[in-house]
Design a protein around this ligand. Structure first.
Ligand SMILES: CC(C)(COP(=O)(O)OP(=O)(O)OC[C@H]1O[C@@H](n2cnc3c(N)ncnc32)[C@H](O)[C@@H]1OP(=O)(O)O)[C@@H](O)C(=O)NCCC(=O)NCCS
Length: 307
């Protein structure tokens, strides 16, 4: 196989591959497919990351057929490299394609002096767990994926502090950067800018402002049919997380967005159950290299993930 960077000409073949790869992996294990609808929906990955980090995906291409065998998105940020979705075509599972793609990203991170690579990895997927674990990634935090079916008229719950939540503005970016650096040890101003400017039309970002006017938390969400998720976000307390989740859920009336809650925040988890949350999967924050334990609550996602 040949490894090369992604180009805009790869957009539909890559979308098709991601759709087929992820659905096949789950369906082979008797689990429901992840992506419904037309394979062109999964152009979301290339479209989002092309808007933020153009060309930052590694492609494995067959020497024989010229077809794309696998793809791995990566995101150089101020403090780390984020690893986005990794997919191998089912025809090439277990033939070393994932390993070759991952090694190329590790080589990129190491040769450019990044202290860590981070990703969000399914705890149900022993293939990807093993791929990352044998390459030196360490699971640092576990999340339960939950979804809530938001009624068309909204959740109809009282949420203390929701009046302190507002839409993020571009001038908030330095505060968001400082907050995530303090609480999670990473920063990524480009991602916040992307959510606030919303060039593709399906992202949003809320902030929680304390009485002194300081930002104590933020949470984004995505209303795309291939990615109806809350996140990314960080905040200082369970109460702030609840207010932010309540606000972002309200943007998704009539839908059932998924969000990842740290398993070690029982108060937050209990509140989500009280709102009708159901668990649908488990994920790990996986880090290769430097890691500082989270000082607050991290609410990751899969598009603009940081783990
Ligand atoms: C996960 C995925 C990317 C792996 O790609 P792949 O090309 O099949 O993986 P590889 O053939 O490179 O093998 C990965 C490594 O894991 C190892 N491995 C697999 N199962 C293992 C196990 N149970 N214990 C230990 N090691 C294991 C393999 O031996 C291999 O290591 P090696 O190179 O040292 O031999 C692929 O299954 C896929 O695309 N799945 C669907 C999409 C997906 O789940 N993406 C990940 C999202 S978190």
């Amino acid at each position: 196989m040949r490894l090369r960077s992604i180009t805009t000409d790869d957009r539909f073949e890559v979308a098709d591959l991601i759709h087929a790869s992820v659905n096949a992996w789950y369906q082979l294990r008797g689990l429901p497919r992840i992506f419904n609808g037309d394979p062109s929906l999964t152009t979301i990955f290339q479209d989002v990351y092309h808007a933020i980090s153009p060309g930052c995906a590694m492609i494995a291409q067959s020497d024989t057929t010229g077809r794309i065998m696998g793809v791995c998105f990566y995101h150089p940020r101020q403090t780390h490299v984020g690893l986005g979705i990794m997919s191998v075509h089912p025809n090439y599972f277990r033939q070393g394609v994932g390993r070759a793609l991952l090694q190329a990203v590790i080589d990129y991170a190491d040769s450019n002096g990044y202290p860590s690579i981070r990703l969000t990895q399914s705890a149900l997927n022993l293939d990807s767990f093993s791929l990352y674990n044998t390459a030196g990634f360490v699971p640092r935090c576990a999340y339960q994926d939950q979804f809530i079916s938001v009624p068309a008229q909204g959740l109809n719950v009282q949420i203390p502090g929701i009046d302190r939540v507002r839409d993020a503005r571009l001038e908030d970016i330095p505060s968001l950067t400082a907050l995530e650096l303090e609480l999670s040890g990473v920063s990524r101003a480009e991602d916040y800018r992307f959510c606030i400017e919303n060039p593709l039309g399906f992202m949003s970002l809320s902030v929680f402002e304390n009485p002194a006017g300081e930002i104590d938390g933020f949470l984004g969400s995505s209303a795309h049919p291939a990615s109806n998720l809350l996140g990314p976000g960080v905040c200082r307390t369970d109460e702030i997380a609840i207010a932010l989740i309540g606000r972002e859920l309200d943007r998704h009336r009539g839908r059932s967005p998924v969000f990842l809650v740290p398993v070690d925040r029982p108060g937050l988890v209990r509140q989500m159950y009280a709102w009708g949350a159901k668990n649908c999967e488990l994920h790990f924050c996986q880090v290769r290299g430097a890691f500082e334990p989270f000082k607050g609550i991290n609410l990751p996602t899969f598009v603009l993930e940081t783990a």
